[in-house]
Design a protein around this ligand. Structure first.
Ligand SMILES: Cc1cc2nc3c(=O)[nH]c(=O)nc-3n(C[C@H](O)[C@H](O)[C@H](O)COP(=O)(O)O)c2cc1C
Length: 185
């Protein structure tokens, strides 16, 4: 059964290694006839969560001043959420954090579940050679998924990636494509 996949990239360097990793995943996912939409959060204007339930994604944000409402429409139609982000000092990029801070599909004031995302996937790159340095990003994804009732399907963390092109030829691109191909299979 094909799935609706939303790929959110949180990289301000728009066309670089994290994007290459995302595209490898998408290549596999499309082969398997999944419907894929990719959004770069660095191109969106999304304000931080201000502790007002009205700005959660679980309720219509109605906020004409940012792009959250547009993203909310996509999330409502998402089965599998793929979060692609570099690690920055030493967690996720600000663009990704601001957006994911709004994610709340579990409940809302009217008790209705507005989002029905079943699975989450993490794809991330970092300069570090120490796998431990991805721990906070992975913990973040685990906790976010747990809170939102999403199963973590997989995480791919790529070390030793800093300058654009560092990821080229890396076996992780094959791994990411296979992961994409596994969705909806
Ligand atoms: C502001 C900033 C902070 C960073 N902090 C870290 C870090 O704490 N650990 C790490 O391994 N890499 C760090 N990096 C390196 C990035 O993770 C790496 O350059 C990025 O994943 C490369 O992906 P890209 O080509 O898609 O930009 C940092 C990069 C920048 C620009």
């Amino acid at each position: 059964m094909s799935e609706n996949i939303l790929v959110l990239t949180g990289n301000p360097r728009r066309e670089e290694d994290n994007n290459t990793l995302a595209d490898a995943f998408i290549k596999g996912a499309i082969k398997n006839k999944n419907k894929v939409i990719k959004v770069n959060l660095a191109e969106k204007k999304i304000n931080g969560y201000n502790a007002d339930n009205g700005c959660r994604i679980s309720t219509r944000s109605g906020n004409a001043y940012d792009d959250l409402a547009e993203l909310e429409l996509l999330l409502e139609d998402t089965d599998v959420l793929v979060i692609v982000m570099p690690i920055y000092w030493p967690v996720i990029s600000a663009q990704a954090k601001v957006t994911l801070g709004h994610l709340c599909q579990c409940g809302s004031d009217d008790g209705e579940k507005h989002l029905h995302i079943k699975e989450a996937i993490l794809l991330t790159c970092g300069e570090t050679d120490d796998a431990e340095d991805f721990m906070m990003t992975k913990t973040f994804l685990n906790m976010l998924s747990d809170f939102n009732g999403m199963k973590v399907r997989d995480m791919i963390a790529v070390s030793g990636v800093n300058l654009n092109g560092d990821i080229n030829g890396n076996d992780v691109l094959v791994q990411a494509e296979k992961l994409g191909l596994s969705v909806g299979a």
